[in-house]
Design a protein around this ligand. Structure first.
Ligand SMILES: Cc1cc2nc3c(=O)[nH]c(=O)nc-3n(C[C@H](O)[C@H](O)[C@H](O)COP(=O)(O)OP(=O)(O)OC[C@H]3O[C@@H](n4cnc5c(N)ncnc54)[C@H](O)[C@@H]3O)c2cc1C
Length: 443
C-alpha cells in the first residue's frame, strides 16, 4: 500500500514538476520576449523608426491572444514584437503595407492604419465608385490610401467598371480614358479597359510595374490571390518581383496593350468637360482620366546638362551587380547615404556630393555609419557642392567658393527627394483630406 502510495506520489510529483517547469519556462520566455521587444522599441524610437510614415498595423489588445502569428508572417524584420503576451508595433516606419500580419492573425486583432494623431497623412477624397470631386476624374490604388498589390489590382478594375458606365461619347476627344501610372492599379485598369472595349491610353513616367519594379531583386513579394482582367486568377502568394513583372508583361503583350513608358504626366486639366492631359511629350484629350500614380511621387531631377545620359539613376535597384566603378551619389538624406554605403562595399570608388555643409535630419545610425566610412576612406564626402554638368566619363561640380571639381565617373545616383503627388492632385482640383490614424483595412 505504502509502495503504491509512493509510486503515485512520485508520479504526481513528476507531473506537477513538469507542469511547473513548463509554466516557469513559458513565463520566463514571455519575460525575455517582452524585454527584447521593449529594447527594440526604445532603439526604434532613438533611430526615428517607431513613428509610421505610411500604412502600419495596430493591434487590438482586447482581442490579441499573443499567438505571434503576425510576427511570423511579416517578412520585414521587427515591425511587430510581443510585449507581455500581446503583439505591439516596434519599427512602424518599416511597414510596407502588404498586410501579411493582417491576414495571419487568427483572431482578427490587426487593422492597418494611416497617419497618427500627431502626424496626419493627406489623402485625396474619393467616392465609393473611385471618383474624385472632379467629375470623371478617378483614382485607384495606393494613391487613395490603400496599399497592397492585390488591392491596387482590384481597385484598378473596379474604377474602370464604374467610369465606363458614365463616359459621355458625345464629347469630342481622342480617348475615352487616359490611365496615368502603370503599377499594379494602372496595369489592371488597362486590361479591364481593353476587356470593356474602351479607347484608352496608359502613360507611365518610368517602367511597367510601378513600385513593384523598384523592389530589390531578391525581395519576396507577398500577395493574396488576385483576379487579373483578361487573365483570370493569379494564385501566387509568395513570388519574386521578376515573376510578377513577367506575368504582367506577358498579359499586356497577349492583349496588344502598349503602354507609353518614360512619359511623365505634368498636369491634368478639365476644360469644361474635356480633359487635357499634358505630358513631357505632348497633350492628349480624354473623356475621363484614371490616376493610378501611387504615393511615392516623382524623383526630383538636378536639371543640369547631361542629366539625360543613360548613366544617371534615381534609385538603386541591384547594388550587388555594381562593381569597380567610379560612382557619384548626390544627396544628403537617408536614401543617399544608405545607397552610398551599399555600393561602397563592392570595390567601387564612391563620392557623395551634398549641397549643405553637414547631414541633418538623418537617422543617427546612418550618421554613425557614413562618418565611419569617411574615416576609413571608403567614401569621399564633398559637402557644399553642386553638380553642374554630367558627361559620358566625368562629372563636374562647383563648391561654395565657385571652384570647379572634375571627377572621373561611370555612374550617377541622384537622391534629391521627390515631388509628392499632392501638388499634382491639387493642380487638378482634387480635394485632399488629412487622415489622423483612421483604419484603411480592418475586419
Ligand atoms: C519596399 C516595399 C515592399 C513592398 N512589398 C509588398 C508586398 O510584398 N506585397 C504587396 O502586396 N505590396 C507590397 N508593397 C506595396 C505595393 O508595392 C504597393 O501597394 C503597390 O505597388 C501600389 O500600386 P499602385 O499601382 O497603386 O502604385 P505604384 O505601384 O506606386 O505605381 C504607380 C506608378 O505611377 C507612375 N507615376 C507616378 N506619377 C506619374 C506621373 N506624373 N506620370 C506618369 N506616371 C506616373 C509611377 O512611376 C509608378 O510606376 C511594398 C511597397 C514597398 C515600398
Amino acid at each position: 500500500m505504502n509502495e503504491v502510495f509512493l509510486e503515485e506520489f512520485i508520479a504526481y510529483g513528476v507531473s506537477i514538476g513538469a507542469v511547473a517547469f513548463f509554466i516557469i519556462w513559458y513565463i520566463r520566455r514571455g519575460i525575455r520576449k517582452t524585454h527584447i521587444a521593449e529594447e527594440k522599441i526604445s532603439k526604434a524610437k532613438e533611430f526615428g523608426l517607431h513613428e509610421p510614415v505610411s500604412l502600419y498595423p495596430i493591434v487590438d489588445h482586447e482581442t490579441c491572444i499573443g499567438s505571434g502569428a503576425c510576427i511570423e508572417a511579416c517578412p520585414e524584420k521587427d515591425i511587430l514584437g510581443l510585449v507581455r503576451g500581446k503583439a505591439v508595433t516596434i519599427n512602424a516606419s518599416r511597414c510596407v503595407g502588404h498586410g501579411a500580419c493582417f491576414h495571419a492573425c487568427p483572431v482578427m486583432a490587426i487593422s492597418l492604419h494611416i497617419g497618427t494623431e500627431k502626424r496626419g497623412v493627406e489623402l485625396p477624397h474619393v467616392s465609393r465608385e473611385f471618383e474624385t470631386n472632379v467629375p470623371m476624374l478617378f483614382i485607384a490604388g495606393e494613391l487613395g490610401g490603400m496599399g497592397l498589390i492585390r488591392n491596387a489590382v482590384e481597385q484598378g478594375k473596379q474604377a474602370v467598371t464604374h467610369l465606363a458606365k458614365k463616359i459621355n461619347k458625345s464629347i469630342d476627344a481622342e480617348y475615352d480614358l487616359v490611365i496615368i501610372g502603370a503599377g499594379p492599379a494602372g496595369i489592371s485598369a488597362s486590361l479591364k479597359s481593353r476587356e470593356m472595349g474602351l479607347n484608352f491610353l496608359t502613360l507611365e513616367q518610368d517602367t511597367i510595374g510601378g513600385t513593384v519594379f523598384s523592389f530589390p531583386r531578391a525581395k519576396l513579394v507577398m500577395t493574396s490571390p488576385m483576379d487579373l482582367p483578361l487573365h483570370g486568377k493569379v494564385k501566387l502568394s509568395e513570388t519574386s518581383k521578376q515573376e510578377l513583372i513577367d506575368l504582367w508583361n506577358s498579359v499586356l503583350d497577349k492583349n496588344n496593350i502598349i503602354i507609353n513608358q518614360g512619359e511623365k504626366v505634368d498636369s491634368v486639366e478639365r476644360d469644361p468637360s474635356l480633359f487635357k492631359v499634358k505630358t513631357t511629350k505632348g497633350v492628349y484629350t480624354a473623356r475621363s482620366v484614371l490616376l493610378a500614380i501611387g504615393r511615392r511621387g516623382t524623383p526630383r531631377k538636378l536639371g543640369v546638362k547631361g542629366e539625360e545620359i543613360g548613366k544617371v539613376y534615381y534609385r538603386l535597384l541591384e547594388p550587388e551587380l555594381i562593381k569597380n566603378k567610379n560612382i557619384l551619389v548626390v544627396g544628403g538624406g537617408d536614401s543617399a547615404i544608405e545607397s552610398a554605403l551599399l555600393i561602397a562595399d563592392e570595390g567601387n570608388k564612391v563620392t557623395l556630393s551634398y549641397r549643405s555643409d553637414s547631414f541633418s535630419r538623418i537617422k543617427p545610425k546612418n550618421l554613425e555609419r557614413i562618418t565611419h566610412a569617411q574615416e576609413q576612406k571608403q567614401i569621399e564626402i564633398l559637402f557644399n557642392t553642386n553638380v553642374t554638368e554630367i558627361t559620358e566619363d566625368k562629372v563636374l561640380l562647383t563648391n561654395q567658393s565657385g571652384e570647379k571639381i572634375e571627377l572621373q565617373n561611370d555612374l550617377v545616383y541622384v537622391f534629391a527627394g521627390g515631388e509628392l503627388p499632392n501638388t499634382f492632385l491639387e493642380k487638378a482640383g482634387i480635394r485632399i483630406t488629412k487622415k489622423f490614424g483612421e483604419a484603411v483595412l480592418k475586419h
